[in-house]
Design a protein around this ligand. Structure first.
Ligand code: ZN
Length: 275
């Protein structure tokens, strides 16, 4: 990526009913640059349909990312569940790649009764297996374990940066709202946002800042972390300070708005960034 692009988590509300290609066209009409394919409940694009999506994205100059299903736990001790989780990420990556997508993110899993170390090893090995399979299939999509919104979920920034450093084709998906929710309200100032970006640069170098898949949304939270998403203006997230930090660190890649109003907050952030 040679700049920072802004887009929607899924089909914009203003294009509802017109399918993925209609959504891509609407993203372009709205003046946005990217769209995330939401496979969170199911992988809802077929192998046969994917080339049409790719064509629409290319024609409209819209970059696609993908969010794999929520039902994933790479730390599951049950073999069948682990296998199904790996399969869901692989299938998402396969279809997303056929759609011409740049990046696929997923929530890696839960600590459950495991220690942090055991969880790290198990999840890293599973992601390694996925990464190696994609390499064999000549699938160059970026694999993005996401920073998660609850303390019970694996995926703080240190864990994800460690995995990204160890494995090829793996970079974190950085969800700033999740940081904020996971810590019950911290990570909400220019200084704290900058600390995250500094950490990324320290571990992965400039390429870490120039290859970012970012999620931003307003968020409701409590002691247990994330509750639900909110529009930015209805939330306490200091998104203007966040956008300023992204600008000052010359971050490149894609910012996806996951707010309930989808495109409105994507446009709000893009406008703030362009000021
Ligand atoms: Zn997510």
């Amino acid at each position: 990526m040679d700049k920072l692009l802004f887009g929607t988590a899924g089909i914009p509300s203003s294009a509802k009913g017109s399918g993925t290609e209609g959504g891509i066209k609407e993203v372009k009409n709205l003046g946005l640059d990217a769209m995330e394919l939401e496979f969170v409940r199911s992988i809802n694009i077929t192998k046969q349909k994917a080339p049409d999506v790719k064509e629409a994205a290319e024609k409209n100059n819209v970059v696609l990312t993908c969010h794999a299903p929520y039902f994933i736990n790479l730390n599951s001790l049950e073999k069948a569940k682990l296998k199904a989780s790996i399969g869901r990420i692989l299938n998402s990556a396969k279809i997303a790649n056929l759609c011409g997508a740049w990046s696929v993110c997923f929530h890696p899993g839960f600590y459950q009764k495991s220690t942090k170390e055991e969880t790290y090893e198990r999840i890293k090995n599973a992601i390694k297996e996925i990464s190696e399979t994609l390499k064999k299939e000549n699938n160059g999509i970026w694999l993005r374990p996401e920073t998660t919104g609850k303390e019970t979920q694996f995926g703080n920034v240190d864990e994800l940066l460690e995995i990204s450093e160890e494995l090829d084709n793996v970079m974190p998906c950085v969800d700033f709202a999740h940081f904020h929710a996971r810590t019950n309200g911290k990570y909400n100032s220019y200084k704290e946002f900058s600390e995250i970006l500094e950490k990324i640069e320290k571990k992965l170098g400039k390429r870490g800042l120039e290859n970012m898949h970012i999620h931003i949304t307003g968020i409701a939270y409590g002691e247990k972390g994330e509750k639900h998403h909110l529009n930015l203006d209805d939330s306490d997230l200091k998104y203007k300070e966040l956008i300023k930090a992204l600008k000052d660190f010359k971050v490149k890649g894609i910012v996806i708005s996951e707010s309930p109003n989808i495109e409105e907050d994507a446009l709000l952030m893009k406008k703030e960034y362009s000021k």
